[in-house]
Write a protein that binds this ligand. Sequence first.
Ligand code: TEU
Length: 585
Amino acid sequence: VSKQPWWKSAVFYQVYPASFKDSNSDGWGDLPGLVSCIPYLESLGVDVVWVSPIFESPQADMGYDVSDYQRIYAPYGTVADVDNLVASCHARGMKVILDLVINHTSVEHAWFAESRSSTTNAKRDWYIWKPARYSPDGTRHPPTNWRSYFAGSTWTWDELTQQYYLHLYAPDQPDLNWDNADCRDALYADTMRFWLDRGVDGFRIDTVNKYSKDPSFRDAPITDPSSAHQPAPEMWCNGPRIHEFIHEMNRKALAPYDAVSVGELSNTPHPAQVLPYISAANQELDMVFEFSVIRLGNGDIFGGKYTYQPWKLSTLKALTAKWQSFIEGTDGWTTAFIENHDNGRAVSRFGDCGSREWWARSAKTIALWQASMTGSLFLYQGQEIGMTNMPATWDMAEYKDIEARNFYAEALATGDEERVRSTMHGLSILARDHARLPFQWSAGQHAGFMAAGDGNEGESARPWMRVHDDYREVNVQKQAGDPDSVLEFYKKVLKMRKLYPEVFVFGSHTLLDAENEHVWAFVKEAPAGDEKSDGMTDFGTGQHKSSNQDSADATFTDVPVAPMPALIVHSKRTERLAKRQATKK
Ligand code: TEU
């Protein structure tokens, strides 16, 4: 364990900066606000803060549309505020990683302005431009029939130069052409080395498997006859040059700084496709997010994404076991996470929020589940206090996300009431908006997310998203110091994970009783010869003895009871102790 790189046993915490802490009462979270909360994150047990995009951006997709990689979007603050964030984390032995959005830029990026200015511009080839297709009657069609992630075509027509440009996401997010070596070098220099030179410790790398497109640019098979646009992830995911690109990125930008990297690897549900990215020998990425577990309940990733699919506990157990064990016997590493800014809240999706009591038990069970997963652990802001999805009574006006709005508009346009109803239902469980509500710090005005102003701010001085109705019940102030709270439970299990990394971080995961739809039991076992000499952690007693002990040798018995999974944690040490106890009797 001691010979392992630091980031394997680190606890990462994702901050969605617009919704974390607003220091200047303009309704939008900011960097000074985040800096003021670093002591809170330290006390929780966080080692690394991951900040979702804070760069200059027209915010068509909440900053995942960058118009200048070296400037900070003014409502977040300045480059000096980033320096402060880095300094204040480093002073506490913590680290900072930034979100690197380099599959596409904003349409407002200077590179794109140049690229679209003429077919002969030096940066024309930095984006992906193609001529139109025409039917015999002269009607113009996009170069392919691909459907974008945010609904509609992946192609937008540009009048000036009479060609289409490619965008896997919104038309505001044109895809960069990674086949162009100058473009790649500019990305390594302007986006990566620029921030690494300022002391940032690494990156969460957005859409990391989508940079190498299938060069044939051919139509995808028709799987949705009702639409002009067809799902086509195989045309851009894990393409022919992807490993060459990521290895080059590692060599030119990550390795020289010893920077930590975690890639976002959606649409890649096969271990054989994931392993090449994370194999140490390949020198690509330290780890990736694989989405099979967090996507439970989502329909087809494209048109049907928000048609909710009920699932069984046995499926959750099997997927967890699969993605816990796929690195065994390899030189790869993995991540554990159950929330991020692109998914509904875990306690609403995997737990029971029917009563305060079941909500608390569910949130603690999720904490225990996550803290006992092999891999680097990632928490998302608010997960540690059990923040829930927005109330089902809120209507579409409260959904601000481009994806939710587009899917809803698409359903409305069909005129099919059942489709509208089922989309709304899916959104109420799965929408990205749920995770983007203002963080609940206290029972005070605006949940303490935004300091009360002087009364002269006018209408605009409201949080950019509505504060959850339950904030007086669910907030940091209420939970801090309460030994029975979700927050204190998170602190405990994170401590447990740090005390026994050989079991929790590096141990194996063996699922028991796979078919059982009521109990979730698995065995965690330290790799042979990698255990500490003494002490034991005993879960799964089913007793609810609330313990306020959090010293190094605490025994953790504060385990939630059914109906959520009871969790059995087992190591060579617990086995030895059990034997010792048996001999005593
Ligand atoms: O998401 C990439 C992605 O493909 C999905 O996982 C995403 O959740 C989307 O909902 C697909 O339907 C990343 C970011 O995490 C996301 O916030 C951005 O919108 C997206 O890239 C585009 O930059």
